[in-house]
Write a protein that binds this ligand. Sequence first.
Ligand SMILES: [Mn+2]
Length: 432
Amino acid sequence: MQIVTSHKQTDFDALASIVAATLLYPGSVGVVPKETSRNVSRFLSTHKTAFNLILPQEVEHDKVTRLIVVDTASWQRLDRMDKLKKRTDLDIHLWDHHALGGDIQANWVCQEDIGATVTLFVREMKKREMELNPLISTILLIGLYEDTGHLTFPSTTPEDAYAAAFLLENGADLHVASTFLNPPYEEKQKEILFEMMKSTEKRTISDLKVGFNIVPLEDKITTLSSVVNIYRSIINVDAIFVIFVTSDRATVIGRSGVESINIGLIMSQLGGGGHAGAGSATIRLSEQSAVAIRDSIIKILENEQQASARIADLMSFPVSHVTPDTPMREVHTMMSRRKIRGVLVMENDELQGIIVLWDFKKLKNDKHWDKPVKAYMARDLISVAPDAIPAKVGRLMLEKNIGHLPVVQDNKVIGIVTRTDILNYFYNLLPE
Ligand SMILES: [Mn+2]
């Protein structure tokens, strides 16, 4: 007997991978853990008879000759498979989309970093020129979309997108998929969200806006992470840490939208885990109170002088500048010759203003072109320090609608940073 199984709290990528494996291993049967995510339970309640699936208690462990594990690589995440762990004669195959981790020693492995485990199965199905029916295509697409955030998570690869195209070609139904991908918020989730909205503690740590919230919970609610996701986008911070407190333990859920706050690294210091954008940790309250957990996170954030770039690394210098009495015509000539869109106006090393290409639109006739730059320059300048981080400068540009920021240190202009510099940085176009 061959069985296929996956992790507890089975999500769609895991369920879809179980189904896909039963197709690739003829004669195998899928074993779905008892505890599945809400969404998967909802799906199975109407679809389970369509697939060859059984529950862990139905497995006759002695008769199993091959175990196929999908979407995880660790024994403790499997449901009731301990008997198989001790077997030495068992043929184990492993399919997982995380290249590292796990204690399952398999005889055959397909394990690599990719958006979803489903993509690995689609690769094999394409190779074997299999044709899928719309039902199979749909469940695989749901798994793929769920684990890649509809192909938007940074872990998504081009192959995940090709796999999605293959499933759509094979009739995956997007109406069905979106019902399961966007479940409505439940009353309890809404209550918690409204409760969180009332009391967010916002702090600025190394130029970044970080939100904290401590939320007491009466009973266990399984899908808190989706509440935290929507909460972060509503309160508009760079990162958020919500500490959910039950009678004896606290669960921290973190989300970050910036590179310099790596949630996975912070959570691992609290005994949990995750990746750069999302993660969680559970801590016994007898070890640390909720407030102490928050303070530890703040300390980690403050200490983490991470290797993220500073404005001094991206700014342009030396800075082109003109004196306040320079005629507009001359300023314009200089800007086009140097191919720059903005220039600082300085007198005796002191910053007086800034003039940008846009300001030349104010010039209506020849006389205007002869006027000095001080008549048209902007005088209330916003500057930044050389150790500011790119995210902060990006935010300032957005909020104030400006494209040029002088970089000032000890009252001296040492450089200028433009939208182009910031874009180059975010798209990794920095010269090596
Ligand atoms: Mn997965």
